[in-house]
Design a protein around this ligand. Structure first.
Ligand SMILES: Nc1ncnc2c1ncn2[C@@H]1O[C@H](COP(=O)(O)OP(=O)(O)OP(=O)(O)O)[C@@H](O)[C@H]1O
Length: 351
């Protein structure tokens, strides 16, 4: 997929300027509320008309101010998934799923209902009406409907923000997996950095209508660490949960971590803030934290008034943060050895 966007759009005082070429398949659009993300989505989908510029998808011009061309939404082959599923209440799940498929040219029908049903695990819902589905089921049906329209590009505008945390992180593998399985490139819009890290490889950052950065989700998390109230969120995929007294031990790379969270479901995805780690130069004598890992400093970076410390713990990596004075006292240089202490209660389950 190659998407070229060079355009401007104003609403009164607000002016959105977009100038990027996206050639990957997992692109994020990140920004605070009111930064222009939804305006960009509407413009790409053909629901709003830019004031000037051009939009070209895979060599086809969708909009050109100079040529006075504005392809209508139904001719763009761009599908949308919104925060709220907007399913058709008078149609069954199957009717909803087939809505876009029936309107798609036969030559473009590469994805069929049976494929979608398997990947999104919604086979048991096909005959049901949509009003009584759970929030997560509705969003899976909305995603299925969008994919079955066999789009060239999928726009997902905050598709998870109406869901509670546990559902949010259950749905992410479906979103990612379905788009990967059917090779559908997407633009994923969100103001959640964690979602960005799980869903995208490249992020274009908007700030008050202006393109502020074009970066990777991990780099963005590092840059914002020093000013973010939650620091840098480490994402840990743990396996093999075992009870250990009143706590639980999970495998993490070559080590084991002790958490106070019992296992639930098959995935054990946890977050750990860079603020919730304490570094020691030498092995401490006795500590209350249930985890003490011996790590090597793999990198040190500045973020606001903090120093980020990238730690190699076996084959896994963690980012911790310390004040500049602490970094000096610890004599943090690449290759030095440190101990990191983490409380069992510091890990928060995501999925
Ligand atoms: N149709 C419209 N008419 C007038 N102003 C609009 C219109 N659509 C958006 N705006 C304004 O444009 C700005 C950007 O809005 P937009 O919805 O694109 O932001 P956003 O980044 O998606 O925000 P959020 O994360 O809160 O959804 C806001 O100031 C908004 O009030």
């Amino acid at each position: 997929m190659e998407l070229i966007v060079r355009m401007a759009k104003s609403f009164g005082e607000f002016r959105l300027r977009a100038d990027f070429t996206a050639s990957g398949s997992r692109i994020g659009i990140f920004g605070e509320s009111g930064s222009g993300k939804s305006t960009l989505v509407n413009v790409l989908a053909g629901l709003a008309c830019p004031d000037s510029g051009e939009i070209v998808l895979d060599g086809e011009t969708l909009f050109s101010g100079a040529a006075r061309l504005d392809l209508p939404p139904e001719k763009r082959r761009i599908a949308l998934v919104f925060q709220h599923p907007h399913l058709f209440p008078h149609l069954s799940v199957k009717g909803n799923l087939l809505y876009g498929w029936k309107r798609c040219a036969v030559a473009n029908r590469h994805i069929h209902i049976d494929d979608i049903v398997d990947v999104l695990r919604i086979g048991h819902l096909l005959g049901r009406g949509v009003t009584n589905l759970s929030g997560g089921e509705k969003q899976r049906v909305a995603l299925g409907r969008a994919l079955l329209s066999n789009p060239r590009l999928l726009l997902m505008d905050e598709p998870l923000s109406a869901l509670d945390d546990s559902l949010r992180f259950q749905i992410i593998p479906y979103l990612r997996g379905a788009c990967e399985t059917f090779s559908i490139p997407y633009l994923f819009i969100s103001h959640s950095l964690v979602e960005m890290r799980l869903m995208t490889d490249r992020v274009i950052v908007y700030d008050r209508g202006r393109q502020a950065a074009d970066t990777t989700p991990d780099e963005l998390a590092r840059v914002r660490m020093g000013t973010s109230p939650v620091g840098y969120i480490n994402l840990l995929r743990l396996t093999d949960p075992q009870p250990r007294g009143t706590l639980f031990s999970y495998a993490w790379g070559d080590s084991r971590l002790v958490l106070n969270t019992p296992p639930a479901g098959e995935e054990h995805l946890f977050e750990l803030s860079s603020k919730d780690m304490i570094l020691f130069r030498k092995h401490p004598e006795a500590i209350s934290a249930r985890n003490l890992l011996r790590c090597t400093v793999a990198g040190v970076f500045k973020s606001g008034r903090k120093e980020g410390v990238e730690l190699a713990c076996g084959r896994e990596r963690l980012v911790a943060e310390v004040a500049a004075e602490a970094a000096r006292e610890l004599e943090l240089v690449v290759g030095s050895e440190v101990y990191v202490a983490i409380k069992a209660s510091a890990f928060r389950r995501l999925g």
